[in-house]
Design a protein around this ligand. Structure first.
Ligand code: NG6
Ligand code: CA
Length: 525
């Protein structure tokens, strides 16, 4: 329109100076309009900041999803995410156990930098410093409402928690506006939900006491009262009995507040759905930390027998259903296309993790870790390489990416997404990779497993010498210990069957040097 007007004017007019004036005027008005446009776009974009949801499974292995090669187990909803988003084949948790991985996910800091980041008892104090940058804190500053629903396992209080008073510091002190959590794990006391620092449904006349060293007089235990058990313990897990399931740690009181294990999936799902519905008008962050398929595996009766693999498979089907229900809620509320979902797991798979629950007996041809060696607790690939998906309907195009990414990178990447300059100490901004626009992932990554560390660089994996048993017999998992250094080319040997340390001393030197530079000389124990 403007150009046509200008041409007509030029043709018609013989007054040259007037034409120049007109061009000048139009250019200025064009610029102004452009500026105006940009301002409008910016504020529109701001009010449209995407919601962010982390869905974080507990002990779900690399090979557990249909989209990652599982044929015996059906995971249609996880597959919707994997096949509709970026499915990472080299996506890592920071550790092969829970607490350290969760610590790194939220803080962007390697867990081995914090000597307290190990599998915690239910009585452990909070291990995130309240001054530390965290994903929810960073998002709060960008106008997000932030919430966690599900497993916490990062400690609560500052030591000697009184479970009958407000429990703090906890999630609400490290960036979450809302929290509804289990303190540690499903197999550890206290077996109660804690909402914004208060035990849900606590009867003040039946106060809760917790002790991880000794039992309370007269209280039954898994060890002494096998007749009270509906699930038998295999190793560990023989302290207090709750709902017929023996746990780690001793608990007294709080009867009415105790969770019903079979209802836990429904409970957390409902909380997550309600949270989403209540906060849909503001950008929100939700950390939905599923408890499955961690022990004790207690599917709701609706899912018993659903997998043909016993309780472990059944709770994966249950978790998959929960994800489907949450997706439906996002769709119903009209916010699915304005919500970035990151799906992953805190560590690799384990079958027998301390209870007789048929996980080993009924596994059939299912390969929880796919082709990977090891499992939970392991420095081999199955320990920390996990399903890792970014999904954002209409914004992320489906693809499979081989880029090396870690959950530790989410802090700096989410910061970049929402326009924050904050960064985690070890967190790389890989936003382009998470959005599927680039495959330039990390060059290297340190992996942790039960206080030991190893290294990934390019296609190579290096495991420094570690003393100790190469196999944890009770769980039947090779954890990567060897007196000699190990070096694997994962491109040619994903299964880690051929140690090339002797054959390729140059590569070994290259990786061990790079590893020690990041990790420090104390790396090899
Ligand atoms: C181990 C438990 C295991 C599990 C794990 C934590 C025993 C013998 N084993 O100590 O069952 O609870 O801790 O798992 O008690 S994690 O996924 O939270 O790291
Ligand atoms: Ca775990």
């Amino acid at each position: 329109m403007k150009t046509n007007y200008l041409l007509t004017l030029m043709k018609k007019s013989r007054n040259i100076p007037f034409v120049f004036l007109a061009i000048f005027a139009l250019l200025i008005s064009g610029c102004k309009e452009k500026n105006k446009d940009t301002t409008t776009t910016n504020s529109a974009e701001e009010s449209k900041k995407p919601n962010i949801i982390f869905i974080y499974a507990d002990d779900l292995g690399y090979g557990e999803l249909g989209a990652y090669g599982a044929t015996e187990l059906k995971t249609p909803n996880m597959d919707i995410l994997a096949n509709g988003g970026v499915k990472f084949t080299n996506g890592y948790a920071s550790s092969a156990t829970c607490t350290p991985s969760r610590y790194a996910l939220l803080t962007g800091m390697y867990p081995w930098r914090n000597s307290k980041a190990h599998i915690l008892p239910g009585t452990a104090p909070l291990i995130i410093d309240t001054t530390q940058v965290t994903v929810p804190k960073m998002l709060q500053k960008q106008g997000y409402y932030t919430g966690i629903v599900g497993k916490w396992h990062l400690g609560l209080g500052s030591g000697n928690v009184d479970w009958n008073q407000t429990i703090a510091p906890g999630p609400n002190e490290v960036g979450f506006d809302y929290s509804n959590i289990m303190a540690a794990t499903q197999d550890r006391v206290p077996t109660v939900y804690i909402e914004n620092g208060s035990v849900v449904g606590l009867d003040p006349n039946d106060p809760i006491e917790i002790n991880y060293k000794q039992n309370f007089e007269g209280e039954p235990t898994g060890k002494e009262n096998p007749e009270l058990l509906k699930m038998k313990w295999h190793h560990g897990h023989n302290n207090s009995i709750v709902n017929g399931i023996p746990r780690i740690g001793f608990m007294k009181g709080g009867d009415k507040a105790k969770w019903v294990d079979e209802d836990m999936a429904d409970y957390f799902l409902k909380e997550a759905q309600q949270y989403v519905a209540e906060h849909k008008n503001k950008p929100f962050f939700l950390y939905y930390a599923l408890q499955q398929p961690h022990v004790p595996r207690t599917p709701h009766p609706r899912f018993v027998g659903a997998s043909g693999m016993g309780p472990r498979g059944d709770v994966i089907v249950e978790a998959d259903w929960c994800i489907g229900e949450l997706l439906k809620t996002l769709e119903k509320e009209g916010i699915l296309e304005n919500t970035l979902i990151v799906f992953s797991s805190d560590n690799g798979p384990v079958l027998n993790d301390g209870y007789y629950d048929d996980a080993v007996e009924k596994i059939g041809n299912h390969k929880p870790a796919g082709k990977l060696r090891g499992g939970k607790y392991s420095l081999f690939e199955a320990g920390a390489r996990v399903p890792f998906i970014t999904y954002w309907k209409g914004h992320i195009q489906p693809k499979t990416s081989d880029a090396l990414v870690s959950q530790i990178d989410l802090l700096s990447s989410m910061a970049a997404l929402v326009g924050s300059k904050e960064q985690g100490p070890d967190s790389h901004n890989l936003l382009d990779v998470f959005m599927g626009n680039s495959d330039a992932g990390r060059k290297e990554l340190v992996i942790e497993a039960t206080s030991r560390t190893a290294f990934r660089s390019g296609d190579w994996a290096y495991i420094p010498p570690h003393k100790g048993n190469p196999l944890i017999k009770s769980v039947n998992i090779e954890i990567g210990n060897d007196a000699e250094p190990q070096l694997y080319n994962l491109k040619e040997d994903l299964e880690q069957q051929h140690n090339l340390a002797t054959e390729n001393p140059e590569k070994l030197k290259e990786l061990s040097t790079a590893f020690e530079k990041i990790r420090g000389i104390k790396a090899a124990k």
